[in-house]
Design a protein around this ligand. Structure first.
Ligand SMILES: C[S@@+](CC[C@H](N)C(=O)[O-])C[C@H]1O[C@@H](n2cnc3c(N)ncnc32)[C@H](O)[C@@H]1O
Length: 445
């Protein structure tokens, strides 16, 4: 019997044991896993999956994670003492990832909790006027009283009444994010957020402002205690960090470090039009990483697979950049078929794979010969046209000279029959080694 990475039975490359959602292979399985569970953000993938992929790693392993997101890969590496460099285009996620990797002093947990108690006491009082972010239609996200208390909590974090140890404000900000998102009028579906019905619309009795302030202040203290408890286990001292940058041009970002990576473990954005910037907006506005809609759209345009806000109009005028054809049979036909439903979507898919192609070509330069690559990807469907994402990734790796390229199906993604998640496995070309050897010989002669 054939089995997958986790020992589950597979037939014809697809899991056979119920084809369930297998939530342990998604971010849902990460909650309550210490620092991995700090914030439940849509981009995260499964810690267990990463741990499986790291099982064989030896002391020389040096992992590259080009799409770090919430930092699952670097934190998993750090806890095993494995070196890892990670990259993300989103400064909020870079901050969060590096914070998770920080080693804190013994006294930090105590300092965070006492700072939180002071901030919460202050926020229980009703006083107006604290700073609120310029989030579009903010009143749809929070009612006036909730917003008022959130602003008071945020103000307490930004403007401390006494000096704080390093990291304390950051940890308070993580706890604030939890309260802020839990109190928001939104629900997060499997792919994107939507606004909930208001209390009045749902026919419920409204809470008094004092009660709301007390509830949120208590929730903040609880969230801080939870975050503080996860500081007990410090990550190892291995070189693990997250860089802010664009994975479409890894050499200019990472060459200077001189590192050569032995493995790549990652989950790039999927071509499904989900925008991480849109989903992460509330966090980014409150923490000061975004201050207007234009900047949000521009960041989404830099993100692979982003099409939100002004990124949509930029896509309308985008033309292929000349990296060459996408080397997958029928790619042009697939793009044309998708484009028949909506011209923008055809262009979206085309650009997505041009970006991924650029990424893979740059990546190659940073790997040791034979380095293993594991890309967790999901396929998509646009109207009636299936987009075989896993096959196109495999073709791009092969075209770039990678070896032993294979595709493993790991789980069904939604109730839709055809949507799965896969791992595309590949090994970096050995030819790079030969070229290096030739150059070394030339220099010696
Ligand atoms: C699927 S998520 C990664 C999830 C991650 N494995 C985790 O567990 O949190 C994809 C990530 O790619 C990032 N991203 C998108 N375009 C990028 C680019 N051009 N360069 C670097 N990161 C990018 C997004 O910001 C997002 O965090």
């Amino acid at each position: 019997m054939n089995t997958d990475l986790f020992g589950h039975p597979v037939a014809n490359g697809k899991p056979t044991n119920g084809l369930g959602r297998r939530d342990h292979l998604t971010f849902r399985g990460n909650v309550a896993l210490g620092r991995h569970g700090w914030l439940r953000l849509t981009p995260a993938y499964s810690l267990r999956l990463v741990q499986e992929l790291l099982k064989e790693s030896g002391p020389d392993e040096f992992v590259l994670e080009p799409f770090s997101g919430t930092g699952t890969t670097p934190l998993a590496c750090a806890s095993l003492g494995i070196r890892c460099h990670a990259v993300d285009i989103n400064p909020f996620l870079v901050w969060l990832g590096n914070l998770k990797l920080t080693r804190f002093d013994d006294g930090t947990a105590r300092a965070v909790k006492s700072a939180a108690a002071r901030i919460a006491d202050n926020a229980r009082e009703t006083h107006a006027g604290a700073w609120k972010p310029e989030l579009h239609q903010i009143e749809k996200w929070w009612d006036a009283s909730t917003l008022h208390t959130l602003a008071a909590l945020c103000d307490g974090i930004r403007n401390p009444s006494r000096e704080r140890a390093p990291g304390v404000a950051d940890l308070l900000a993580v706890a604030f994010c939890r309260v802020m998102i839990q109190s928001a009028n939104v629900s997060f579906g499997h792919q994107s957020m939507s606004f909930k019905k208001g209390v009045k619309d749902a026919g419920l009795v409204e809470e008094t402002p004092t009660r709301i302030a007390a509830r949120l202040a208590d929730a903040f203290v609880t969230a801080v205690a939870d975050v503080a408890a996860s500081l007990d286990i410090n990550p190892s001292v291995a070189d693990c960090r997250v860089f802010l940058g664009d994975s479409r041009d890894l050499p200019s970002l990472l060459s200077a470090s001189g590192a050569k990576y032995t493995a790549v473990i990652t989950s790039p954005p999927y071509p499904n039009r989900m925008s991480y910037i849109r989903e992460l907006r509330p966090y980014m506005y409150w923490l000061g990483y975004l201050s207007d809609g234009r900047a949000a759209g521009e960041l989404d345009w830099k993100a692979i697979g982003g099409t939100w806000g002004c990124a949509t109009s930029m896509l309308n005028t985008w033309t292929p950049n000349g990296h060459g054809e996408i080397p997958f049979q029928h790619f042009d036909r697939i793009v044309r078929d998708i484009g028949k439903g909506h011209a923008l979507l055809g262009r979206y898919v085309h650009k997505y794979f041009e970006d991924i192609r650029g990424h893979i070509l740059g990546l190659k330069q940073l790997l040791v010969p034979g380095a293993r690559c594991h890309y967790i990807v999901g396929n998509s469907k646009f109207y009636e046209t299936m987009l075989p994402v896993e096959g196109i990734y495999a073709a791009l790796f092969e075209d770039a000279g990678f070896m032993d390229v294979s595709v493993e199906t790991i789980r069904k993604r939604t109730s839709k029959k055809e949507l799965y998640e896969f791992i595309v496995h590949a090994h970096a070309p050995k030819a790079v080694l030969l070229k290096h050897r030739a150059r070394d010989t030339e220099t010696r002669n």
